[in-house]
Each structure stands twice: as C-alpha cells, then as structure tokens.
Design a protein around this ligand. Sequence first.
Ligand SMILES: Cc1cc2nc3c(=O)[nH]c(=O)nc-3n(C[C@H](O)[C@H](O)[C@H](O)COP(=O)(O)OP(=O)(O)OC[C@H]3O[C@@H](n4cnc5c(N)ncnc54)[C@H](O)[C@@H]3O)c2cc1C
Length: 397
Amino acid sequence: MRELPIIIAGAGIAGLSAALAIARDGRRVLVLEKAPALLEAGAGIQLSPNASRHLRRWSVLERLGGAALKPRAVVIRRGRDGAVLARLPLEDAETRWGAPYLVAHRADLQQALRAAVADEPAIEVRLGVAVAGFAADQDGVAVGAKHGLIRLRFDGAALIGADGLWSEVRQRLELPGDLPPQAARRTAWRALVPTAQLPEEFAAPDVNLWLGKRAHLVHYPLCGGRCVNMVAIAEDSHDEGESADFWSGTRDPAILRRALARWHTKAHALLSAPAEWRSWRLFDRPPLEHWSVGRVTLAGDAAHPMLPFLAQGAAQAIEDAAALELALAANSDIAAGFKMYEQARTVRTARLQGASRRQGDIYHMAEPAALARDIVMRVLGARRMLARQDWIYDYRE
Ligand SMILES: Cc1cc2nc3c(=O)[nH]c(=O)nc-3n(C[C@H](O)[C@H](O)[C@H](O)COP(=O)(O)OP(=O)(O)OC[C@H]3O[C@@H](n4cnc5c(N)ncnc54)[C@H](O)[C@@H]3O)c2cc1C
C-alpha cells in the first residue's frame, strides 16, 4: 500500500518550507491552501542568515538569484533630525554567520519556494482547499476540508497546521491555556516606490532604520534597485483603531504622515512619494509551551506569531521547517518526531517573541528614554551591537 502523505494546511512561507524539508526525508507531502492562487503582497522581506542557510540547502536561494539583494549595512537614524546613530556592516555576514543576509521581494521568494516545490515529485499542492477540521488517532489523521461548497476528506499520516496567525488547526487543537491573538495597537504600513521618483541617496544598497517617538520606518532597495521598499510601524490611537476603513488594508497615508509630522525632511521625501500604501493591523499572542498533540503539530505564525520588530517571523518559520526535517529523519514514529521538533523550537521561538516585543518598545521610545537609548547605541559601537545579534543569526541546530 502507498504510504499516506503528511498533510500541511497552508502554503505560506512556513507551509512551503516545511513541505520541502519533509520531502527531503523521503516522505510524501500534500499541501492544502485555502487561497485559489498564491499571490504575495507587494512588499519586501529581510532574510537573515539563520533563514538563508536553509533556503540555500533546499536550492531556493539559487532560484531567487539576482532578485535578492545583499545589503552593505543596517544604517540606524534618528527620525527627528536624520542623525546616524549606528552603521552595522553586513558585508561579512557570510564569514560571521555562515550564510548571507538578504532582502527580497516577497513575490520573488514565494515564486522561488514554489519552483523548488514543483521540482519535488513527492509534494502535491492543492489550491482553493480550506482545512476545516480533523480527527487524529495513533495511526493517522482524517482532514476535513472545503473547496467552495464541496466538502472533501483527505487521509494523511499526520497534519501540520501552517495556516498563519488565525490558524484553524491551532484553534481545533484546544491547547491548554491558549489565548486568541490580541491587537497590538500598532499598524504596519507598506509601500513600494520606483527609485527613479526618489532622491538618489535612497538607492544606496543599505537597510535603513529610522527611530522616532511611537513609530519607526525601515526602507531598502528592491527589484534589482529599481524600487524602494518601505515599512513604517506606528502606534495607534484608540480612534484610529476603531475607524471604519481600518480593516480594508488601504488606509490614507496622511494618517501615517501626521504620526511622523516632526520627522526630518529626508524621511518625508520618502513618505510623500506617490505610492499605494497598504496597512496591516498587528497582533500578538503569548508563547505556547506545547503545540504538538500526537500526529498533529503547528509551524510558523500558527505556532508562534511575533511582532515584526526583529524581522524574524518568516525566518523562524524556515527554522521550524529545518527542525522538522531533523526530527522526522531521526524518528520513524511521526508523533515522536513532532515531540522532538516541538522540544527543539518552543524555547527559541518564545525567546524571539519576547525579544521582538521588547525591540518594539526600544524602537518607539520617547524622550528622555530615547536619548539614553541613542547614547547606549553610540557607546556600544557597531562591533558590540552586531554581537548582540549573534544568538539570532548564528543559530544552527
Ligand atoms: C510588516 C511586517 C513585516 C515583516 N517583515 C519580515 C521580515 O523582514 N523578515 C521575516 O522573517 N519576517 C517578517 N515578517 C513576518 C512574516 O511575514 C510572517 O511571520 C510569515 O510570513 C508567516 O508565514 P506563515 O507561512 O507562517 O503564515 P502566512 O504567511 O499567514 O501563511 C498562512 C497560509 O495558510 C493559508 N491558510 C489559512 N487558513 C487556512 C486553512 N484553513 N486551510 C488551508 N490554508 C489556510 C493562508 O491562505 C496562507 O497562505 C513581517 C511581518 C509583518 C506584518
């Protein structure tokens, strides 16, 4: 009899990475994705060395090719006057952390992952199929799903919920003490602007981070330098959080410009460039101590969503996939493999969830705390500030 596949709910970065990693262990994988097409929002993503090392092993980096850019440095500035607080070189990332630090367009990463998945005969992807429930016992999992109005059933050896922040699989696991996502009272704004519409300095191949009161801004060139990716995160006032268009995803950027009104003119040159801004309300969720029950487990944002202040959400989803690869290779019993995977991941991802939250508080400090933060950064200098990232970027299991 043909071996049943491991079923993965969700074809985001977590689901596609897990599919690639598990198929390398010789197992069949069936990915069920509720969206009828895989379309990534027009935005960039930072791929730190702890993620790029696995993407390279899985032949995803070679497919990204020239679409990914290696920034020279992270340049940290003060929003109010544009003063450079620190410049952290990234050129020797490969020597220091054993893999490159990259920025890429999400659509290009998604395409590279899909191309790698398409080349793997052990993986099948079904689009337009939403996982709606499951029943698991010690021999396998029966997954209930919907394709439009049609109800479907898939039999699998196991189920991995890689279905994002609002995970259906996580909800149905009914894990002890689990709480739903909570609004973090912050909004992320994203836009891409053609480089030709901006002053020349914005084309420099650096990741730029501007810090201000209750807000910060990140920008870096993308698309082979033809456009600049911008992400701003601002804290919401109560009124903004309740406004009627809040959920629509396209909010008036004048709200953002007002929040950063006292920032330096250089930042405003960027913020005022004609662009279609999209916005996301941010959510946070406390860490779980356990997320595997027998033959069902979780990965990526479904398991450990984190605020984006350390740019580690997708990187941790990729690390999850690598840990699943190791755990399933070491255990022919899938439930034992999922336990081993969970043990390898819960402490690290909980630490990153906490560190991301604290980083947000540091980025958004107001005076006088902000002044102290800026002095500490200058005193520490680039070498010691980079060393503080080693636990994140130099992670190898
Ligand atoms: C502003 C911002 C900037 C960020 N920048 C970075 C960065 O620079 N670097 C980084 O590493 N991370 C970053 N992140 C985090 C990163 O985007 C996420 O952590 C990552 O995309 C999560 O991937 P995922 O596959 O777990 O979830 P998702 O991307 O949410 O994918 C889940 C998938 O599951 C599907 N799905 C949902 N329900 C079902 C169902 N019932 N059945 C079947 N399919 C289902 C969805 O359609 C979706 O395709 C950022 C996040 C934000 C908000």
